[in-house]
Design a protein. Structure first.
Length: 178
């Protein structure tokens, strides 16, 4: 065998996978998912409201820009952490569930995936809007400003829907009778 034969040194990908599993698994015996999901439940709707207000009320932009920019980062990150920790919880404790319970969990995970993508889209577009109008609240042409605000409104509505459906199916999976 050559110089690059299999060694006992772990690969970087294996090391990351092990750290990710530990990071998103448990804290003091409690599943991380249960501890972090409420951050997404709070920050995503706040981002949705803030983005809509920022998009439609130009005179508020100088006052709320910093908060909206903060939420545009924190909301998608909290959604991603909730999604990853939920996947880890499912893999460790619920992957053998069958029947209606499995169906509910699969719907929950599907909604969570969509919530992550929509929160990311809203976060990125909100950051772009804040960057374009940070120094001058009326920097965009009126038509572009209106189109951007309507897109933010549509994304905010989609975020509200998917956060609600994710939470509803998660609560049904945890507390429902099936």
């Amino acid at each position: 065998m050559g110089m690059f034969a299999a060694s006992s040194t772990p690969r970087l990908a294996d090391t990351w996978d092990l750290r990710r599993k530990k990071l998103f698994n448990e804290v003091n015996g409690l599943p991380v998912h249960i501890l972090v999901l409420h951050a997404a439940v709070v920050f995503v709707p706040l981002l949705a409201l803030g983005a809509v207000a920022y998009g439609f009320v130009a005179r508020w932009r100088p006052k709320i820009g910093w908060a909206v920019a903060f939420l545009a980062v924190v909301a998608p990150v909290s959604t991603l952490v909730s999604k990853l920790s939920g996947t880890e919880l499912y893999n460790n404790r619920f992957s053998t569930v069958k029947g209606t319970g499995k169906e509910i969990l699969e719907h929950h995970m599907s909604y969570a995936n969509m919530a992550w993508w929509f929160s990311l889209a809203l976060g990125v577009l909100t950051l772009i809007m804040v960057a374009l109008t940070f120094r001058n609240a009326r920097a965009l042409p009126k038509v572009a400003d209106l189109v951007y605000a309507v897109v933010l409104l549509a994304l905010a509505a989609a975020n509200g829907y998917y956060i609600y459906k994710t939470g509803d199916t998660g609560a049904t999976a945890a507390w429902g009778s099936y």
